[in-house]
Every structure is written in C-alpha cells, then in structure tokens.
Design a binder for this molecule. Structure first.
Ligand SMILES: Nc1ncnc2c1ncn2[C@@H]1O[C@H](COP(=O)(O)OP(=O)(O)OP(=O)(O)O)[C@@H](O)[C@H]1O
Length: 271
C-alpha cells in the first residue's frame, strides 16, 4: 500500500490543543526501587506521530501505562482527552481506556476468531457487554470491514486471525484500535516482531492514521533509524528522565546516542 502523506508542520500542530498533557510526572512502583519516571513533561497534539526512545528499562512502557491509569503515579499531572488520569472518577477509567487504542508487540489478537470479529471487539468497551457470537450490528460490521479495507486486508476478513502473517496481524490490531474511535493511539514496540520491510509499512500506516485522522500516536521503538524515518517528533527517556524532545527533522542519530550510553541502541544492522 502506498501512502503519500503531507506531514502537518510543527506550527500547524501547535494551533490545536494538546490531547495529552503530562507535567512533572513521577512514577514509583515500590518505594525501595526509586523513581521509574522522574519529572516527565510531555504534550501530544492531534495528528502527530511521536516516537518514544530509550534503552531497555528507561521507562517507555511505564510512560504509556501512565496515560491510561495503569501506573502508580506519585507526583505530577496527567490529562488525556479531558480526563484527569491522576483523579479518575467512577466510570471514567473505562471510558478513557475505551477511547485509547493500544497496539502491542505481540498483536494480542484472539487467534481462533475471525479477523473481522477481532476488529469488532475493538468496539466492545463503548457498546457494553453483549453476545460476541451474534451481537454485532450491521453498522458495526460495515465499519469493521471499512477499517480492514483501510489497513489493506479486507480480503482476510473471514480467516482465522492466527492464520495471518505477523505484519497482517498487526494491521488487524490497528483496525481494532480504530474501531474504538480512539482519541489517542499507544503503540508499544509494535514492530519488534516484524522484519524490516514490514516494520516500515506498519509504521507508515500508523503515521498516516495520525495525520489523516488527527489522532496523536505515541510509538515506542528500539530501532533508532525507524524512529528517524517514521515520526514527526522524538521523545527520549533515560533512567526515567526525559532527555530529548524535538521535531525529528532537527535530530540525527548522533544526537540520540546520549540515550543509550553505548548500550544496544537500535543500530541499523537489521533495519
Ligand atoms: N509492574 C512493575 N513493578 C515493578 N517494577 C516495574 C514494573 N514495571 C516496570 N518496572 C520497572 O520500571 C523500570 C522501567 O520499566 P519499563 O517497562 O517502563 O521500561 P521500558 O523502557 O519500556 O523497557 P523495555 O524497552 O525493556 O520494554 C524497569 O526498571 C522495570 O523493572
């Protein structure tokens, strides 16, 4: 699938209000191990693809979890799509998670169910519990098929999810996330199990969704060249502190080395 994208300029992005506002965020899992995130500030704007970099254990997943109320926040404020994540009222946690699309390294599909049903499950949070075997409406099925068409695998709609390749499964997971009508998409290492060519195409798809739908996409990556090729902005963590936050076109690989200290740094060997 070829996508010709015109990336919104930084100035255009800044005209919108941020969907995510993180200020002075500190997270501590248990008080003997110290802070896992420390003084993190992050705004995410509609329509931008932001790559989150940092070596293993730097806090990337924890930062993502903080945005949906899954991390023990000890200080700071986190606002996502109007929700105050540090002080969620009853029902708000469910609403927030229902409107946050999540994409994972291992795809997290239900392998024995059809591709179409997997996409339909993306709408379950918002429509409430119902019979998964017959409870989807015609409109929901139509929407799910449209989304599968958008991610390029409508012809696989009736196949079992587990019969698809890794790249195809990740596309199903992205369609499932879109079925949630997301305010935000969090993609935690979405291409870590894919080969280089598929990695490029999946990241290109995520970026086109950010630009076309005006959804902020936060994507954690281990491979630095992928971040340089497929993001509008790069945010870098080291030992829980944010050391880098800049438009991608102002950065190069050498400037990002500071995040890695000679550790594995996502060189270009495989990608
Ligand atoms: N549930 C938890 N309980 C206690 N400590 C945790 C928990 N989750 C993460 N940590 C610790 O927090 C630190 C940051 O972990 P996190 O998973 O956020 O890093 P990461 O940058 O996503 O790493 P990776 O790239 O390996 O996935 C690590 O030291 C980790 O051991």
């Amino acid at each position: 699938m070829t996508t010709h994208m015109i990336a919104p300029s930084t100035q255009e992005l800044r005209l919108a209000l941020p969907k995510v506002q993180v200020q002075g965020l500190a997270v501590e899992y248990n008080d003997t191990d110290g802070l896992v995130l420390d003084g993190v500030n992050l705004d995410l704007y509609p329509g931008e693809m932001v790559a989150l970099l940092g070596s293993s254990g730097s806090g990337k997943s924890t930062l993502m979890k903080s945005l949906t109320g899954f991390a023990p926040i000890t200080e700071g404020s986190v606002r996502v799509a109007g929700y105050d994540v540090t002080n969620l009222k009853r029902g708000e946690i469910r609403d927030l998670r229902a409107r946050t699309g999540q994409v994972f390294q291992q795809f997290n599909l239900i392998g024995r169910l059809s591709v179409l049903t997997n996409v339909l499950t993306g709408g379950l949070h918002s429509s409430g519990p119902f019979n998964i075997l017959g409870g989807f409406t015609t409109a929901q099925r139509k929407r799910a098929l449209e989304l599968l068409d958008r991610v390029g695998i409508a012809h696989k709609a009736n196949d079992q999810a587990r019969s698809l390749s890794g790249g195809q499964q990740q596309r199903v997971a992205i369609a499932r996330a879109l079925m949630q009508d997301p305010q935000l998409i969090l993609a935690d290492e979405p291409v870590a199990s894919l080969d280089p060519k598929l990695s490029d195409s999946v990241l290109e798809l995520l970026r086109s969704i950010a630009h076309e739908d005006g959804i902020p996409v936060l994507v954690s990556l281990h491979v630095l060249p992928l971040a340089l090729r497929h993001s509008d902005r790069i945010v870098g963590l080291k030992h829980g502190k944010m050391l880098v936050s800049a438009p991608t076109n102002t950065l190069d690989a050498a400037q990002l080395e500071v995040l890695y200290d000679g550790e594995e740094n996502g060189d270009d060997t495989d990608h």
